[in-house]
Design a protein around this ligand. Structure first.
Ligand SMILES: NC(=O)c1ccc[n+]([C@@H]2O[C@H](COP(=O)([O-])OP(=O)(O)OC[C@H]3O[C@@H](n4cnc5c(N)ncnc54)[C@H](OP(=O)(O)O)[C@@H]3O)[C@@H](O)[C@H]2O)c1
Length: 446
């Protein structure tokens, strides 16, 4: 990939990139099928991604007509790479094997290794014969909704498609690599004012938060809504609070340290709850929730903003769902996309039905939603949450940091990009939007 990198750095045209041979191997971060039982019997918290994630050469897969090869300049770590690397709740090789049964092209994905990663920014190197809207040389970001658009179920909301998959989690050839293989309908224009690593961290979390709060399939936030956001300085939470602020709502951000609270204040979030300082214990033991803690939590929200939340942006799952359902306003909405602390959730149904609340399930975003969310980044209305940058060789350690909740915002990964700070195409626009705003999380992370 060295000659390709040199050409990209020299500003090569699409034709010049096409003239360069593609290597038959490339560097990638992956887990191995033979390691799938390596953590058997261990507590989840003790499973260490540095023991399972490897970085080495893998074979370049063949290109299907509706796909593109992208030279990955930078990528990011998402929680799904944590799940893959600790083989929870299931090894992801089962997803690849199931996919492989769909078609001869899908069969490429069932391999002894799984290349992980569901975010990337880079340069298109080749497109398949059926690709119309993208060409070699295009500078792109990649969203992770992998859908076969020849299936009718993909044509209302593609997240409802029977064959919908998350690229780099339920498919192989993910973004934590020097090269990736994606469907052309995963490509989006790279925000012109951002560096490669700033551009690479947004698509998965930003699109998810957009659908949960803004898109018509989610909670449909209105101006003036109070929105309670768990993990408000984390990946999806950090984009969620920006959407609430942009949309004329009042975010109430929950975090677990004074530093994170300070970061949220700098982002413009006035109402912040430090759950560690407050010592909330929603569960008194492994099987019993403590309603008096839900009430204390609800009271703190009312004290901060004067009313109950119209919307609760939920994702920690088991530890918080009881409190989330309780805290939502009469007629309010809890929207959830995850269960980081456990997926067997429990809540008191009386508080739910008597107060006519709603619970909405959300999962990533369709192409239109991801594109709209990417456009808001390009317009400088949503800022990247890049807080730390690792080389590709450090993917295991970066995933471990996320598993241990040691990070803020998003962790970026340099793939082909030799250093931070490269890839800005429109410096004037960057200046207009403001270096301070763009780099808030990075400065904090440093
Ligand atoms: N369905 C989808 O499409 C989709 C998309 C993206 C992410 N996800 C899922 O959403 C979850 C969050 O992703 P992320 O990228 O935002 O992860 P993240 O960057 O690790 O942020 C999650 C935040 O949740 C908070 N948290 C963790 N455990 C908690 C607990 N027991 N109680 C309260 N808060 C807790 C932490 O904030 P504090 O410690 O500061 O409170 C943490 O920063 C993950 O499970 C991920 O897999 C799903």
């Amino acid at each position: 990939m060295e000659s390709i990198l040199a050409a990209i750095q020299a500003g090569a045209s699409g034709d010049e990139l096409v003239a360069l041979a593609l290597p038959d191997h490339y560097r990638a971060a992956f887990v191995r099928r033979e390691d799938a039982e390596m953590f058997a019997g261990m507590e989840s918290a003790d499973k260490d991604p540095t023991n399972s994630v490897r970085v080495g050469d893998v074979a370049t897969p063949e290109l299907a007509p509706d796909e593109a090869y992208v030279a990955v300049m930078a990528s990011s770590i998402n929680f799904n790479t944590v799940w893959t690397s600790i083989f929870e709740p299931l090894p992801t090789f089962g997803f690849l094997d199931r996919y492989a049964r769909e078609s001869s092209w899908a069969a490429r994905h069932a391999l002894p290794y799984h290349v992980v990663g569901s975010d990337a920014a880079g340069v298109v190197l080749r497109v398949g014969s059926a690709v119309r809207n993208w060409k070699p040389g295009d500078r792109v970001t990649i969203h992770c909704n992998s859908v076969d658009d020849q299936d009718p179920s993909a044509h209302d909301d593609s997240m409802l498609a029977a064959n919908q998959r998350i690229w780099g989690f339920e498919t192989n050839f993910g973004g934590l690599a020097d090269l990736t293989l994606v469907k052309a309908n995963q490509l989006m224009p790279k925000p012109t004012h951002l560096t490669w690593e700033e551009a690479a961290v947004n698509a998965l979390c930003n699109s998810t938060s957009y659908r949960m709060l803004v898109g018509r399939h989610g909670a449909r936030m209105k101006q003036g809504d109070v929105v309670l956001v768990w993990g408000a300085s984390g990946g999806i939470g950090g984009y969620a609070v920006q959407y609430v602020l942009n949309g004329g709502g009042t975010p109430v951000g929950v975090v677990s340290s004074a530093e994170k609270a300070e970061l949220l204040h700098e982002l413009g979030v006035e109402a912040v709850i430090d759950r560690t300082a407050e010592g909330y214990r929603f569960w008194s033991d492994a099987t019993t929730q403590d309603e008096s803690e839900w009430r204390r939590f609800g009271k703190q929200i009312r004290t901060l903003v004067g009313e109950d939340p119209d919307i609760v942006f939920e994702h920690p799952g088991r530890q918080t769902m009881g409190a989330s359902i309780f805290a939502a306003k009469r007629g309010g909405t809890v929207v959830t996309c995850a269960a980081t602390s456990g997926y067997m959730v429990e809540f008191d149904n009386r508080h739910f039905w008597m107060k006519l609340k709603r619970l909405i399930a959300s999962h990533f975003a369709n192409y239109a939603e991801a594109y709209a969310a990417n456009r808001l980044v390009d317009q400088g209305r949503i800022q990247p949450l890049l807080s730390a940058v690792h080389p590709l060789t450090d993917v295991g350690a970066a995933a471990r940091a996320i598993h241990r909740n040691e990070h803020e915002g998003k962790i970026g990964v340099l793939c082909l990009a030799p250093e931070e700070g490269l890839g800005i195409d429109d410096a004037e626009k960057r200046q207009r939007i403001g270096e301070e705003r763009i780099t808030l999380f990075r400065r904090h992370g440093a």
